[in-house]
Ligand binder design. Structure first.
Ligand code: C2E
Ligand code: MG
Ligand code: MG
Ligand code: MG
Length: 279
């Protein structure tokens, strides 16, 4: 009996694996033409100044309109791992940077006051030698003020390929683009790196914000990260802020910025522009 069961479990496992592999393959092949078919869109999520409750910046978040205009909207967790693995993140990531700069210029030309746009960079993009050159080309081409662009990098990305990453970040920093550490507290958290890398901002991972009201431990961790940021003169953003209670606690602890569903979900450019002040 146990043997039969074992076989059934194995059979089940095999089918689940095949399904995942099939799904993966299917996604991967439709992703191949997605960039050329213009199926990617940028969404924007406000990052608020806690003190004034005003817009401080916006994070740029990639979306895939699979199959074109009337297709389903696919979120990054479903396709970023695939394009990271097969290297398509390099051209797609470059498109994200260019499109963010272009959008900022469009808003400026329409009389809106721009806020900094924070673009995510993934580890694979750092392994690509041409990254610095393509950023430089995009800045030239769009004429954007580099102070209006920020890059978010996770701790894990910083730790991989240490020296090469350090060199690349140095070049990016020299161009006047600010760097922040994303999902802080979930990676290696080797604090020595905060000193070595030219980072200006820390984003506290949502995992520490979620139970802030219930958990004294999470409050202690968040307070410690804020204190650390203060003493290193780094700005600090709390991610995933969903309640007024969390907001009030962050304010009490002296956190500068907050991002989360309490203010807005990520929205398309049409909606995002309504949040921008006019000059
Ligand atoms: P991230 O950079 O940490 O972005 C924040 C994620 O948290 C976003 O998910 C956002 O929608 C979500 N979020 C924001 N506020 C809340 C909240 O209050 N509650 C909850 N539950 N979630 C919240 P999204 O857009 O699905 O992106 C997931 C991840 O995909 C990003 O995490 C980032 O690592 C990656 N990603 C997104 N766009 C890009 C891109 O253009 N390039 C690269 N390399 N990675 C990207
Ligand atoms: Mg991010
Ligand atoms: Mg994050
Ligand atoms: Mg993340």
């Amino acid at each position: 009996h146990a043997k039969a069961n074992g076989r059934n479990n194995y059979q089940f496992f095999k089918e689940a694996m095949n399904l995942t592999a099939a799904r993966h393959f299917e996604l991967e092949s439709s992703l191949r033409g997605a960039l050329a078919a213009n199926e990617f869109e940028l969404y924007f999520q406000p990052i608020m100044d806690i003190g004034t409750r005003r817009l401080h910046a916006m994070e740029v978040l990639l979306r895939w309109r699979r199959g074109g205009a009337s297709g389903e909207l696919v979120t990054p967790d479903q396709f970023i791992p695939i394009i990271e693995e097969n290297g398509m993140i390099v051209p797609i990531g470059e498109w994200v940077i260019r499109e963010a700069c272009r959008q900022s210029k469009v808003w400026q030309s329409q009389g809106m006051t721009p806020v900094p746009l924070a673009v995510n960079l993934s580890p694979r993009q750092f392994m690509h030698r041409g990254l610095v050159e393509s950023i430089r080309a995009i800045l030239d081409e769009t004429g954007i003020d580099p102070a209006l662009i920020e890059f978010e990098i996770t701790e894990t990305a910083l730790m991989q390929h240490g020296e090469q990453t350090l060199e690349i970040l140095g070049h990016i920093n020299a161009m006047g683009i600010r760097l922040s550490i994303d999902d802080f507290g979930t990676g290696y958290s080797s604090l020595a790196y905060l000193k070595r890398f030219p980072v200006k901002k820390i984003k506290i991972d949502r995992a520490f914000i979620k139970d802030l009201e219930q958990s004294a431990e999470d409050r202690a961790i968040v307070a410690a990260i804020i204190a650390l940021s203060d003493s290193l003169q780094l700005s600090v953003v709390a991610e995933g802020v969903e309640t007024e209670g969390q907001y009030a606690l962050l304010q009490q602890h002296g956190c500068q910025y907050a991002q989360g569903y309490l203010f807005s979900q990520p929205v398309p450019h049409i909606t995002a522009q309504l949040l921008l002040p006019r000059t």
